[in-house]
Design a protein around this ligand. Sequence first.
Ligand code: PLP
Length: 394
Amino acid sequence: MREEFDQIIDRRGTASLKWEGMAGRFGVSDALPLWVADMDFRTAPAVVDALVRRARHGIFGYTIRTADYVDAIRHWLRTRHGWDVEPEWLVFSPGVVTGLAATIEAWTEPGDGIVIQPPVYHPFRRLIAAHGRRVVENPLRLEGGRYRMDLDDLQDKLRTARVLLLAHPHNPVGRVWTAEELEAVGALAEQQGVFVVADEVHADLVYPGVEHVPFARQNAARAAATATFMAPSKTFNLAGLNTSFGVIPDPTRRRAYQAVLERYHLDRPNPFGVAALEAAYRHGGAWLDALRDYLADNLAFVRQYLTEHLPAVRIIPPEGTYLLWLDCRDLGLDAEELDRVLLREARVALDPGHLFGEEGRGFQRMNIACPRAMLGEALARMARVLGESGVRRP
Ligand SMILES: Cc1ncc(COP(=O)(O)O)c(C=O)c1O
């Protein structure tokens, strides 16, 4: 399958946000886009086949989620994550972010505090503010090149909050929280009567030797105070199909969530999302394993390239996600100048670290889910401009 991931596929003309939305977002259209989190790989053949079959049918009317659909999700959670969920625990949402928003609306009141752990996926902050809730920050600590949670500060912050929004695996820093960390967070949340809403959209994308443990599996005894959101979107490159799901074990919490979805009439699936999810979760396992090998090789490739040609840019070693958090502080450029040089001179479009919070200043987020040759070209452009020594040439 390696040749398939190596293949460069022209995405222009498909209304791709990453490629054709780049001009609107960055003001350039000829940069190499390694920003938004989708992949430049074709999805699993089984998914393409299912979608083609569905398209050929030719009728795309209102669609439901059948028992087979629910079964496919439960099968995936059981076999890939060792997690048994009851069918009635499952809820649905178009995107994971929609699910998070509906949960915030359902479970909190305006003015309530919601804890986030920056630098973190930027829509978290926006969602909280847009709902008139209060952002409470529990910044991650970078120690010895690895991020960790500040549990003392978390305990403190949870006192004034109603919900903790947990990114697991964490975007952008790439941590996959350990069972011990998840347990500690669960205990603190329980102590303070705080609900944990776990965004686990990257759960399937962990590096060799790393296990993703769902927060609610680890905290099974406390699962009534949790919601977990997942999707085949990152895993199988299906983000455009708007097909995600959540797990909410507590019936009262679940009903409150469903009432919000119904308020906006957001509960209907689309026929392509249904076909794709079932095919992915029933037949996509081997493809995913090959993808993960390819991503691990991409990571090793970037590491070696930077060591040889751009040692001032350091990778924060990721345990999960195909997003690399690059520490560029030793380049000696201020954050805006770094953005400008990368975009205007190197002509690579990365996500600036400060997008994820002030803690991200001097960092960049690079999406490595692309063919190796494309990654090589992006790195060569960066090295050319930032200098072989890692210090920018005057
Ligand atoms: C942590 C996290 N949550 C959610 C999303 C997006 O979810 P969706 O497109 O399903 O709303 C992303 C995409 O990058 C993400 O990184």
